[in-house]
Design a protein. Structure first.
Length: 279
């Protein structure tokens, strides 16, 4: 397995150029970025020129068109907002195809566990998956907080793939071990730490808070996933998402610490793989 660290566009604390140069310097060769941004073409070219591999794009979660503001929650409702959200995701897929990015990671559409998603959600999802197949792109649905409805996606669309976010699991639905059910469908990881308090999605470096990363490593090992150990972490100020790293250390110190934490998880994954083989 290789280490990956996400790159953020428009981060004023550490510029994109600083982030990219640091990953190159510390030997991290894999990353991901958002699927749509005004500077997308520029930063994508910089990633390619630097010799990094972009494993996937993170799909858009909101947008604006013709004065209408919309977001992923509208994807499950009738109306122009949901139609615009579908258009944006189809554009995300086209952007993946343009740059040869194999996977688009897509959030679910929210809602309460007892809420049955209406047919329009599944109709739009069918269009999304069909367009992705035509373009040679894999859609990986990411766990947020509603495990029941996420599982319904895979029941209705068995060809869909999975992005496991261990941070979302531990702060939104800790009772659900997603990888035990969907591990055979996982094509991407979002690895980060948090305090395991409800909805406190902090995106910290692994081992800096309360998630049990032996459990994380075991679930990855048992799933058979052998791709990138991708960190979805945030370099932010105190009081914001990211745990205040920017107040305590340089971006290089932060990224180096993150790389070492990812390698530690990889070592544990390999340990558990051997244990499982010997059972």
């Amino acid at each position: 397995m290789e280490v990956g660290i996400m790159l953020t566009i428009g981060n004023e604390i550490a510029s994109f150029d600083e982030q990219l140069a640091t990953l190159v310097e510390i030997g991290v060769k894999r990353t991901f970025i958002t699927a749509r941004h005004p500077r997308h073409a520029e930063v994508m070219q910089k990633i390619l020129d630097a010799g990094l591999i972009c494993d996937n794009y993170h799909a858009s979660v909101r947008g604006e068109k013709n004065g209408v503001v919309f977001e992923m929650k509208h994807f499950r409702f009738d109306g122009i907002e949901g139609d615009y959200m579908l258009e944006l995701l189809l554009e995300n897929i086209d952007n993946c195809a343009k740059y040869g990015i194999p996977v688009l990671v897509v959030h679910g559409a929210g809602g309460k566990p007892e809420e049955e998603w209406p047919d329009v959600y599944y109709q739009r999802t069918r269009k999304l998956l069909d367009h992705a197949k035509k373009k040679g792109v894999t859609i990986a649905f990411e766990n947020l907080g509603n495990a029941q409805n996420l599982f319904q996606i895979f029941e209705k669309f068995p060809e869909a793939s999975f992005c496991w976010d261990c941070g979302h699991q531990n702060c939104n639905s800790p009772e659900t071990r997603y990888m035990q059910t969907l591990g055979n469908k996982v094509v991407a990881l979002h690895i980060h730490d948090n305090s395991c308090e409800y909805r406190k999605d902090l995106h910290m470096i692994p081992y800096d808070s309360k998630i049990d990363f032996d459990e994380v490593a075991y679930d990855i090992a048992k799933s058979g996933y052998d791709g990138t150990m991708m960190l979805e972490i945030m370099y932010g100020r105190e009081g914001s998402v990211g745990g205040g790293y920017a107040d305590r250390m340089s971006y290089k110190e932060y990224a180096t610490r993150a790389r070492d934490a990812a390698n530690r998880i990889i070592e544990r994954v390999e340990f558990f793989k051997k244990e499982l083989e010997n059972k």
